[in-house]
Design a protein. Sequence first.
Length: 342
Amino acid sequence: MKKLRVAQYGFCHEHASGKMLTLRNFLQDEIELVGVVDDRASRTPRFVTDQKAEAFAGVPIITEDELFAPGNVDVVLVETTNDDVVPTALKCVAHGLPMHLDKPGCQEAGAFRGLIEQCRARRLPLQMGYMFRINPAIQFAIRAVREGWMGDIFRLEADMDHNYGNPAYDTYLSSFKGGIMYNLGCHLIDFIVAMLGQPERVHSVLKPLTGHHPDAKLNAISILEYAHGFAEIRACSTRHTAASGRRLLICGSKGTIELCPIERFDKGLELSLVLTESAGGYDAGRHTVTFEHLRDRYENQFRQLFSIVRGETEADPSLYDHDLAVHEVVLAASGICTGKCS
């Protein structure tokens, strides 16, 4: 198997150190790590969480010229600040480089659409950094909804609450009109659109919290309205034991799925499936569905991208349209635009 030459552009995204650690700890069998482009001179808003010194220790710092030198790099991870990811990605597109692009894109519909359409025109692999795309329980739920196991879906509830907020995080989120819905709710919107498609309407309430930055929308709820039901998305930055309590509930005319927590790495996930009729190889009744133990959030997502770049796996061209649809709903849920954002 050919080892791909991989570089990361950026120290400044919240996930930059975590993704570098994944490359170094789990993917040395597939890659040669070329280096990281230093973006720390950027003045755009950032929140660098507990950057682990070991994540970048010994990793060469390279220039843009070195990154874009012909034949030097096969894949780029774009891990700049949220406001810098699309301008940076456009540079990579101009040099024909496949990318992993951290979420949620940008706050401008037109700029993101321009990026997607350039990638589509070049048939360039672009993997958005939505962390539930390789989550086996979420993928199971998407399949169950799409194949109609639970009948007509009339209600979906999901949350991305956490309790790691602090004044620096509040200030960071105050730079985004959609606050925590834009920064974290986007992960939920990604798989909800995969399950149910684009909603007919989006309604959001975005609020600050008492004693926190007055312009930081740290407590948010969005309702995605469909023909015969709705999806409710919640996100708050001060819920205790939040990460372990993140939950997904899907209710249909013929069954229910419950998943809590949505994500874990100490053991495999367990999902509750209730069916009124046999479907998908499961009898009517209650089932506990168990999934493989994933050791890392990003490893399998990167392996998927690298397989596409090596030509071993065919890229899914429908993801360009999916990414555009998700971005449109994210902006609507964030109060940045209403209706059609394109």
